[in-house]
Design a protein around this ligand. Structure first.
Ligand SMILES: [Zn+2]
Length: 164
């Protein structure tokens, strides 16, 4: 069986994945056993076409990503990574920095919420003090420390609620 599946001949120097069908003349996949337009038998069997495709693909490392169901080689990958922080800076859009401080702010709000429950007065005051300190620490760290560090110079007076 292994002998029967081997390609009898495949021109590995031809880089094309498509071929002109001998019967209908339209472009079809070179390594599919039948023409996709008229069904003309290009290869004796699908296994043989696949084996020929593998021989063709392995002949050149640049063909590694090719599929025998395509008419063309896949285009080279495009580097489309975008530095959004850089773009926002050029466009003058204010982005808040990536930060863990919002989690701290939430922890502070949790204790402030506990302080709203009618426990005994000393417990509520303790909760309020703890929550208030954590909350303020988070707000100061996020808005006044990290944000200013990210935008050191561009602090026009219109943004006075954040910068001073
Ligand atoms: Zn055809």
């Amino acid at each position: 069986m292994a002998v029967a599946k081997k390609p009898r001949y495949v021109d590995v120097t031809n880089p094309s994945l498509s071929v002109e069908c001998p019967r209908c003349g339209l472009i079809t996949q070179r390594f599919i056993d039948q023409c996709r337009n008229c069904g003309y038998k290009l290869w004796p069997s699908s296994e043989m076409a696949s084996a020929a495709f593998k021989a063709w693909r392995d002949a050149d490392p640049s063909r590694a990503a090719a599929s025998r169901f395509d008419l063309d080689l896949p285009p080279p990958p495009i580097d489309d990574t975008v530095d959004f922080a850089e773009r926002a800076h050029t466009l003058g859009i204010h982005l808040f920095p990536n930060s863990n401080y919002p989690f701290i702010i939430c922890v502070g709000m949790f204790f402030l919420g506990l302080a709203a429950i009618p426990f005994s007065a000393p417990a509520r005051i303790t909760m309020a003090v703890i929550g208030g300190l954590i909350f303020l620490y988070g707000v100061v760290g996020w808005v006044l420390v990290e944000d200013v560090r990210m935008y050191p110079s561009d602090s026009p007076p219109t943004q006075g609620e954040v910068h001073h």
